[in-house]
Ligand binder design. Sequence first.
Ligand code: NAD
Ligand code: ZN
Length: 377
Amino acid sequence: MKAVVYQEPFRVTVETVEDPRIEQPTDVVIKITTSAICGSDLHMYEGRTGAEPGIVFGHENMGIVQEVGSGVARVRKGDRVVLPFNVACGFCRNCLAGNTGFCLTVNEGFAGGAYGYVSMGPYRGGQAEYLRVPFADFNCLRLPPGDEHEDDFALLADIFPTGYHATELARVSPGETVSVFGAGPVGLMAAYSALIRGASRVFVVDKQPDRLRLAEQIGATPIDFSQGDAAEQIKDRLGGEGTDKGIDAVGYQATVPEGDEQPAMVLNTLVETVRPTGALGVVGLYVPSDPGGPTESAKIGELLFKTGRFFEKGLRMGTGQANVKAYNRQLRDLIIADRATPSFVVSQHLPLDSAPEAYQRFDQRENGWTKVLLQPA
Ligand code: NAD
Ligand code: ZN
C-alpha cells in the first residue's frame, strides 16, 4: 500500500510499504477514507523530536473496517469508524478512569500510545491506504454509515476532543471569560468548545490574519500579538481584569514577539492573562524529556516556566495528551444533531500523493492552510 513516510527534516515521501495485517485477535484493519495532518506532525517533520526515518505519519484517522480479528466482539466489517489518536487498552487503571491519553498497557515505559508518533509506541500511522487498530472494540468509535459529515467526524480523532479537553482542564463554566493562545486548528477547536460550554467571551491570540478571521467567524474576539502584549490587550478589553480561564494551544514552538528574548513565552503570558485563582488548560505540546539526553527544544519545554508568578496568583493548571475517548462519543452526537460543525477549520482536501507538498505548505503556515485532510484515492 501507499503511505506517507518521514525521510529527514522537512522531507516526507509517499512510498509503497507492507500492508498492515491482523497481529492480535483484538485488532482490526481499516481502509482509510480520511487522515489529517496535525500541528503535532510538524514537530517530527521539522526534525525537533529525533524521529527515525521510516516512520509512517498519521494519528488523525477514519475509515471503513476491512478485516476483523477473531477476538473482536462489537466492531464489524464495513463499519464506518473514527480512531481516537491515542491507542488505549480500555482496561488499565488509567483507561478505567477515563484517562485514555495515559494508557499504561500500550506503550511500555511511557504513559500513552498513538499512531504514527515518535516515542508513542510501535503503532504505524494512518496517512496511508490501510491501518491496523489494536484493541479495536475500545479504539473504534462507530459513525453513521454513508459519507455525510466526513470532515466533521475526521476531526473527532484529535483536534475537536483536544480543544474540548483544554476547556475541561481549565474547567470552563457557563458565563466565564476565556483566553485561548494559538488560532491553529487546536486553538480554534478550544475556542469553539469554550463557546459550546457557554463561555460569555472568548479571546483568541495569534498573529495570522486568516486564522484570526476564523476565530472571529465563530464569535470569538481576535487578538493580534504582533500588535502589542497579548495579556495587556485582553485586560484592556476587560477593564483591567484578566480572563477567568486560559488555554495554551501553541506549545514550546511559540513565536517570540519581536524584541523579547525569552522562549516558551505562551505559558508565562497566560499566567499574566488569567485572573488570580483562575485555571489554565495546556494542550500545546511541550516536548517530553529525551531518555538519550534532553534536546534543545526539550530543555526549553522544561525549564522556563515562571512558577513564582503561578504560585503568587494561586492558579491551577492541567496538561497532557487529550483523553479523546472521554469526549468523542458526545462530540460525535453534537455533530449528528447539527449542534457542532468543527469542519469550519478544514481548508484543503488532497490526495495522499500530495502529502510532500501539503506538509511543506502547512509547515510554512501559508495563508489559507489551516487544516489539511489527506484522502487516499
Ligand atoms: P499550529 O502550529 O497549526 O498552531 C499553532 C498556532 O499558534 C499558529 O497559528 C501560530 O501562529 C500560533 N502562535 C505561535 N506563537 C504564538 C504566540 N506566542 N502566541 C499566540 N499564538 C502563537 O498547531 P495546532 O495543530 O493547532 O496544534 C497546536 C499545539 O497543540 C501543538 O503544540 C500540537 O502539538 C498540540 N497538540 C496537542 C494535543 C494533545 O493531546 N495535548 C493534540 C493535538 C495537538
Ligand atoms: Zn493531531
